[in-house]
Write a protein that binds this ligand. Structure first.
Ligand code: G3H
Ligand code: 13P
Ligand code: ZN
Length: 312
């Protein structure tokens, strides 16, 4: 089973109407949490590394991630998250990634098409598949939450034109989500009609960035253990479930893992100030992240899908 192109996983998910998580990793423990959860839940999964993650993890991290993906008993794709350039995507492809995102969503449409098409040509030549983005999320992309501002949400006609011209395999859409732990006040607005409109024009798997749920319980525990996270809010599980029925197939989650990790580390150190064995600190954090990944897989509907799985 093991390491497969991203499109094989995501096209199967769109075909059978379930979502697959793309979980960001930055170290061994996070990667183990993701792979162990996927194997326990019998779920396909994408392991995502950002350019920041690659810088942090050095030469060893991608080797470890790809090795674990190869050994896994479920389908796994190793994905470059928010690749900023052709060179960055090519580097990931050379490292053995099976999926890359080229994110030129801040450029004019013609530049985005041209740069995406360049990456598609290089990636497809070696069996790697490509995510592109149209529209702009809030959070890390804009530094403000701009979820309800129509001008930056993905325009369905532009999405259709873009996918035909670029040849990308899956498309990240701006539909009201934003990166990070502060996605707006109250329940963030998700433009479901927009997802349905885009999906009615495109057979491609659609991608939801900024999809973390920011669970209230984790935030409460984090703050009770000395954290100071204010105004936290995430995407409601029902919005994710509905989005999956509407065409979202790839669901990006990073913040929830960061919250789980930090909450558990804070709790362990608070509860036992004499503790200084890294394994006794990072082990519980890994278990907490694994539980988060497993819960997300149930919400996405990917649990059990690895058994009898066929590429889409
Ligand atoms: O969308 C961004 C991901 O959460 C990765 O964040 O660039 O800080 O690794 P990063
Ligand atoms: P969150 O910040 O909601 O986890 O989103 C992560 C993401 O979109 C990575 O590309
Ligand atoms: Zn993202």
């Amino acid at each position: 089973m093991a390491l497969v192109p991203g499109r094989d996983i995501l096209a199967a998910a769109r075909r059978d109407q379930y979502g697959v998580g793309a979980f960001n990793t930055n170290d061994m423990e996070i990667t183990q949490a993701i792979v162990e959860a996927a194997e326990a839940k019998r779920s396909p999964v994408l392991i995502a590394l950002s350019e920041g993650g690659l810088k942090y993890g050095g030469a060893e991290l991608p080797k470890l991630v790809i090795d674990m993906a190869r050994e896994a008993s479920v389908p796994v794709a190793v994905h470059l998250d928010h690749g900023s350039s052709y060179a960055s995507c090519l580097r990931a492809i050379r490292l053995g990634f099976t999926s890359v995102m080229i994110d030129k969503s801040h450029e004019e449409e013609d530049v985005n098409v041209r740069e995406t098409a360049r990456v598609v040509e290089a990636a497809h030549a070696v069996g790697v598949t490509v995510e592109a983005e149209i529209g702009r999320l809030g959070g890390v992309e804009e530094h403000v939450v701009v979820a309800e501002e129509d001008a930056i949400l993905t325009k369905p006609d532009e999405a259709q034109r873009f996918m035909e011209a670029s040849g990308a395999d899956y498309l990240a859409v701006a539909i009201g989500t934003s990166h990070g732990a502060n996605k707006g006040t109250g329940r963030p607005y998700i433009d479901h009609a927009r997802i349905r409109d885009i999906a009615s024009r495109l057979p491609h798997p659609l991608v939801m960035h900024g999809a973390s749920g920011v669970p209230e319980d984790l935030v409460r525990r984090l703050n009770a253990a000395g954290g100071e996270l204010a105004d936290a809010s995430g995407i409601h599980e029902d919005d994710v479930r509905q989005a999956v029925t509407e065409g979202i197939a790839k669901i990006n989650t990073d913040t929830d893992l960061r919250l789980a990790f930090t909450t558990r580390v804070r709790e362990v150190l608070r509860d036992d100030p004499t503790q200084f064995d890294p394994r006794k600190i990072l082990g519980p954090a890994r278990d907490e992240m694994r539980a988060v990944v497993e819960a997300r897989m149930d919400v996405f509907g990917s649990t059990g899908r690895a058994d009898g799985w066929t590429a889409g």
